[in-house]
Write a protein that binds this ligand. Structure first.
Ligand SMILES: NC(=O)c1ccc[n+]([C@@H]2O[C@H](COP(=O)([O-])OP(=O)(O)OC[C@H]3O[C@@H](n4cnc5c(N)ncnc54)[C@H](O)[C@@H]3O)[C@@H](O)[C@H]2O)c1
Ligand SMILES: [Zn+2]
Ligand SMILES: [Zn+2]
Length: 359
């Protein structure tokens, strides 16, 4: 089958092959034919070492497709089912799953991230976080697929598989944005505009998008930002909107130390800073002892939208069907698999919301 293969840690080169092999599904596993895959900044972060990922690997973790084979014991899923890939699959049995924090389940993810279902010429190939949606087919545990109705376009399913769940979930689940609040979102990529949409449906009064690129600020307004500002204009906007007190909620959707700090600084005393961006291990946020207690700010990490994929993917589809979130509008470009490498590196220019690989 065709797949895009990344061979070397630190390199941004991807090679395309039509002779990549994928295993048949073992017990409890399913094989999925991928029909659409989104390009997320985390794919770029795997290549440049921001996120740990062994090579050689097939990247891509945002995707949707059709089940084409089912292993023993995966009785509740059938060939022909349309599914969204979940890159942190809930096992359903661990402490995190049982206390309602399914996104924090690592039982399956840690296991599949280190195993290989792909190979080429006898060389095993990893899949990014155990998935690998930049391939025509992949094999994952049953828990890593969530069924969706057949009339939902695959590209909509793909977006929900990471960026939309992450951003909307950060607003609805992690921060629990209250109606009437003032919100600022740093970074208007796929995750950021999803956070903006989440804040909008939660009833935020003002939503300020902060980005370094003018076109992204215009994009952000299409999704509900009431204002778009460059980083250096934020203090003025905060003065006008919050009287200088700061925002009730600040979402960091970039993943670098400067914006971790900027998001914290933009938050009012008693407000909530949410770190959604996935930064390097050496991207350090420094907070001093006085500001920590005196500001009483809440600093929250947000992983996969604090969502349980088994219910959240369906909720997002309902919101999309009802026209309450715009997912089609998030698609900046569609491209064949053979252009995904350029698509990933194009994220560095920051001019893209989401690109979709079509097969
Ligand atoms: N927490 C999670 O579970 C999770 C899941 C998916 C993605 N992520 C992370 O979320 C982040 C965003 O992902 P994405 O796919 O939306 O990325 P993206 O590249 O599409 O968007 C990032 C945006 O940030 C802007 N930006 C860059 N520097 C900035 C600065 N200093 N100030 C303001 N804006 C700036 C860029 O112009 C761009 O518009 C990444 O770090 C990604 O790895 C986290
Ligand atoms: Zn992602
Ligand atoms: Zn679990």
């Amino acid at each position: 089958m065709r797949a895009a293969v990344w061979y070397e840690a630190g390199s941004e080169v991807i090679e395309y092959h039509d002779d990549v092999e994928v295993d048949n599904p073992g017990p409890g596993e399913v094989k999925v034919k991928i029909h659409a895959a989104g390009v997320c900044h985390s794919d770029l972060s795997a290549m440049n070492g921001t996120l740990p990922q062994p090579a050689p690997a097939i990247l891509g973790h945002e995707g949707a497709g059709e089940v084409i084979a089912v292993g023993e014991g995966a009785a509740d899923i059938a060939v022909g089912d349309h599914v969204i890939i979940a890159w942190t699959p809930p096992c359903g049995q661990c402490k995190a799953c049982l206390r309602g924090e399914a996104n924090l389940c690592v039982n399956i993810m840690f296991n599949i991230a280190g195993s290989t279902h792909f190979s080429r010429g006898g060389t095993p190939l990893f899949g990014f976080v155990g998935t690998g949606t930049f391939a025509e087919e992949l094999v994952v545990p049953r828990q890593a697929v969530v069924k969706m109705a057949e009339d939902v376009p695959y590209e909509i399913g793909a977006l929900i598989g990471c960026g939309v769940t992450t951003g909307v979930g950060a607003a609805l689940n992690t921060a629990k944005v209250k109606p009437g609040s003032n919100v600022v979102v740093f970074g208007a990529g796929g995750v950021g505009v999803a956070a903006i949409q989440g804040a909008r449906i939660a009833g935020a009064a003002e939503i300020v998008a902060v980005d370094t690129i003018d076109s992204k600020l215009e994009d952000a307004k299409r999704f509900g930002a009431t204002r778009g500002v460059k980083p250096e204009q934020l203090d003025d906007a905060s003065g006008e909107i919050t009287g200088g007190e700061g925002f009730d909620y600040a979402f960091e959707c970039v993943g670098v130390a400067a914006t971790f700090r900027a998001a914290w600084d933009a938050t009012r005393r008693g407000g909530t800073t949410v770190i959604v961006g996935a930064g390097r291990q050496d991207a350090v946020l420094e907070l001093n002892g006085f500001e920590l207690f005196f500001s009483e700010k809440k600093l929250l990490g947000s992983y996969y939208g604090s969502a349980d994929v088994r219910t959240e993917f369906h909720r997002l589809i309902r919101l999309w069907r009802a026209g309450r979130i715009d997912l089609e509008g998030m698609i900046s470009a569609r491209m064949p698999l053979e252009e995904v490498g350029a698509g990933i590196t194009a994220l560095q220019s920051g001019e893209i919301i989401r690109q979709i690989v079509t097969f």
